[in-house]
Design a protein around this ligand. Structure first.
Ligand code: SF4
Length: 442
């Protein structure tokens, strides 16, 4: 008969910081632990777990600070006797293991991004090879999941520390990814977000050619997979054939996330993005011509060393002209170990923030205008949650957590819908980032 203490020590609470790729790593860890008979929770603040694992992010300054604060929070809980063991894994730990061991010795052990078997061993668990590609336990709502198709990155963007933490690009095989997708669908998943550090590099290592189009064709054939969504495409040598596959298969969302980072030639050059201003304009035009109605999401980076007001005006002009459906903005973070670290970080933090706000205001207007055009249209919506008197879902043009949402009044009887179901919604109103609508009954 296990003692109360033994039960507590067999109860593990996992905290995930950072991106969806880290979330998948946490899910893989959770499934391995569960298969070893340990009980796991994810970010359960009321958990009486005896063991906490913090899966950290080490991408930029703000993310690093959040990771350190979270580690210190649980180091405090350990000192107060609320938890017995504290482990840290993920990108920050991969990048700063030595420093962290010295600065926060309360942590029982630090692990890198590729140390899963050692972390399991530390917890008295075995690495279950037969579980590869199986994620029955998800941290997302059961009807959608992230599907990581590769690890690492071979690109050399000068501002980016990710290759330092995630290593070189390693693709999974098409068979492995399809098996993983089928397993997810068996567990109720209807939508997958394809993720990687650099999605369009897929296959160049193991198949010696870009195989994202082929992978998409295989995934489109998975019964029950209703939405397949692409994130983190790279603009340089973007394989336009991908869009032929998008146009051919209705279960591949007419949606593409492609971080562009900037548009001014001197900045793109210093960022080592391998693409020019003209090529970027031509690429966006070509994508829109090939896939009319596609929702383009992008990310821009402001405040890169040497960025001038003229560079920002060029970016503002590009954003006005390209009219991205979805756009996010990061502020440059001076990261040691990156090639940009040799440059002087000469754009003051307050100027970085001003530039980000200026560009986000332009995008807000564009998003409001584009959303107004949706009023009166009917869209297939996948419902994720119920909140504040509304059923809340997304169209195929919206990815979870980062894009627009569709709100349907849950107080009206004619609007009942089950979470995780698709239903047609006629849009009746819109704001800059949300749509309001009512269910269309047959
Ligand atoms: S492609 Fe993305 S992950 Fe790779 S180096 Fe560039 S910014 Fe970093």
């Amino acid at each position: 008969m296990k003692t109360k203490r033994q039960n507590k020590q067999n109860n593990i609470n996992i905290i995930t910081l950072g991106c969806s790729k880290n979330l998948v790593d946490s899910e893989v860890l959770m499934n391995q632990l569960q298969a070893n008979g340990l009980s796991v929770t994810h970010e359960n603040s009321r958990s009486n777990a005896g063991v906490v694992i913090v899966n950290t992010c080490g991408f930029i300054e703000t993310a690093k600070q959040e990771s350190i604060d979270t580690i210190l929070q649980y180091a405090g809980a350990k000192a107060a006797g609320k938890i017995d063991k504290l482990y840290v894994t993920g990108c920050l730990s991969q990048r700063y293991k030595t420093e962290l061991e010295q600065e926060i010795p309360e942590v029982d052990a630090y692990f890198g991004t590729l140390d899963l078997p050692f972390l399991l061993e530390e917890l008295g668990a075995d690495y279950k090879h037969d579980l590869i590609g199986e994620r029955n336990l998800l941290t997302t709502p059961p009807h959608y999941a992230y599907l990581k198709i590769s690890e690492g990155c071979n690109r050399t963007c000068s501002f980016c520390a990710i290759p330092l933490m995630r290593g070189k690009h390693v693709s999974k095989s098409i068979e492995q990814i399809v098996a993983e997708a089928k397993n997810l669908v068996r567990n109720g998943v209807k939508e997958v977000m394809l993720i990687a550090q650099e999605l369009t590099y897929y296959g160049l290592d193991i198949y010696k050619k870009r195989e994202l189009p082929e992978l998409l064709r295989h995934l489109a054939g998975v019964d029950g997979l209703e939405w397949i969504r692409m994130h983190y495409a790279y603009p340089y040598k973007f394989p336009m054939e991908v869009l032929d596959v998008v146009n051919e298969y209705p279960n591949i969302c007419n949606y593409l996330d492609m971080p562009l980072q900037h548009i001014s030639d001197p900045v793109l050059k210093n960022m080592r993005r391998l693409i020019t201003k003209d090529e970027t304009y031509q690429l966006i035009d070509a994508i829109r011509q090939k896939s009319p109605g596609i929702a383009l999401r992008t990310t821009m980076l402001v405040g890169f060393p040497g960025e001038t007001d003229e560079d920002v005006e060029e970016l503002a002009q590009f954003i006005r002209q390209a009219r991205f459906e979805r756009l996010g903005i990061f502020q440059y973070s001076h990261e040691e170990g990156t090639t940009a670290y040799q440059l002087e970080d000469n754009v003051p933090e307050e100027v970085k923030a001003e530039r980000a706000a200026y560009l986000m205001n332009i995008q807000q207007e564009i998003s409001a205008e584009l959303n107004q055009l949706k009023i009166g249209n009917t869209y297939k919506v996948l419902f994720d949650r119920k909140e504040g008197g509304h059923f809340i879902g997304r169209t195929e043009y919206d990815s979870p957590e980062v894009d627009n949402e569709v709100l349907v009044d849950a107080r009206s009887n004619k609007n009942f819908v089950r979470l995780g179901d698709f239903a047609p919604v006629r849009i009746t109103d819109a704001t800059e980032f949300d749509l309001y609508g009512e269910l269309v009954r047959p």
